[in-house]
Design a protein around this ligand. Structure first.
Ligand SMILES: N[C@@H](CCC(=O)N[C@@H](CS)C(=O)NCC(=O)O)C(=O)O
Length: 237
């Protein structure tokens, strides 16, 4: 614990400053991971939404001499180090932890809203996982890649978008008329599709496209666009 303050007190003091500004000595969490990882971006968005300052250590598990493997036996980012030295990994767990640090919750407390929001988030995670799997397969040498595997991932993504378009939900926010993990998880996934699997899903799902346009204007999304993604998001939609 820093300076004898409780973690809640520290977070409260640091909420006054955004993560884009210079870090003071009172950094309470360290985030490890590279900018183009959708899982890392998701945690950055959550930290920004909660106004929690953090030190960002931009390392990839693929960098020579990186510290990720020593911190996470699974060798994946994001990894988060708390102010009392605990090391946590996996974006879902990190967001659950981050959400406990300030009172305004990304994960709704009421059982029904919580379940609804977590289901949307789970859909978003699945879309990101399928988009990453498709990308990695597509990057394999032509003779080694499986077209069947790629099509299976694309089918998952197409079904998920159709599900999201049809499901009962709010127009501006998916659950309970306020921004939550539901909006974070799905909007992150849709922007990642535009980045790594660009195709015209909007003409099929205009309502979903309108909802995403609203969420994308939030500071947390605009300020965490990774290098290279700007072009995809600026493309005519
Ligand atoms: N379920 C994990 C997935 C994390 C993940 O796959 N991260 C990728 C970067 S996009 C990674 O570190 N890959 C390195 C590897 O799998 O060796 C999470 O949500 O954090």
């Amino acid at each position: 614990m820093l300076s004898g303050l409780s973690q809640q007190q520290l977070v409260r003091r640091q909420c006054l400053c955004g993560p884009g500004r210079r870090l003071s000595r009172e950094v309470i969490v360290k985030l490890y991971g590279h900018a183009t990882s959708p899982y890392v971006r998701k945690v950055r968005i959550a930290l920004r939404e909660k106004n929690i300052r953090f030190e960002w250590i931009q390392e990839s598990p693929h960098d020579a001499g990186n510290r990720i493997v020593a911190l996470n036996p699974l060798g994946k980012v994001p990894v988060l180090e708390t102010d009392d030295g605990r090391v946590l990994f996996d974006s879902a767990l990190l967001i659950e932890y981050i959400d406990t640090l300030t009172p305004e919750r990304l994960i709704p407390a009421g059982p029904s809203e919580r379940l609804q929001a977590l289901l949307w988030n789970t859909l978003g995670i699945g879309v990101v996982d399928a988009t990453v799997a498709r990308l990695l397969e597509d990057r394999r040498p032509a003779a080694e890649k499986s077209r069947d595997f790629i099509v299976r991932q694309e089918d998952k993504i197409a079904r998920a978008l159709a599900w999201a378009d049809k499901a009962d939900r709010g127009d501006a926010y998916l659950v309970a008329e306020r921004f939550s993990i539901a909006d974070l998880g799905l909007a992150l996934a849709l922007e990642y599709i535009d980045f790594r699997y660009p195709h015209d899903w909007r003409s099929k799902h205009p309502r979903l496209a309108r909802w995403l346009a609203g969420i994308s204007t939030r500071g947390s999304f605009a300020e965490t666009v990774p290098p290279g993604m700007e072009k995809a998001l600026d493309a005519p939609h």
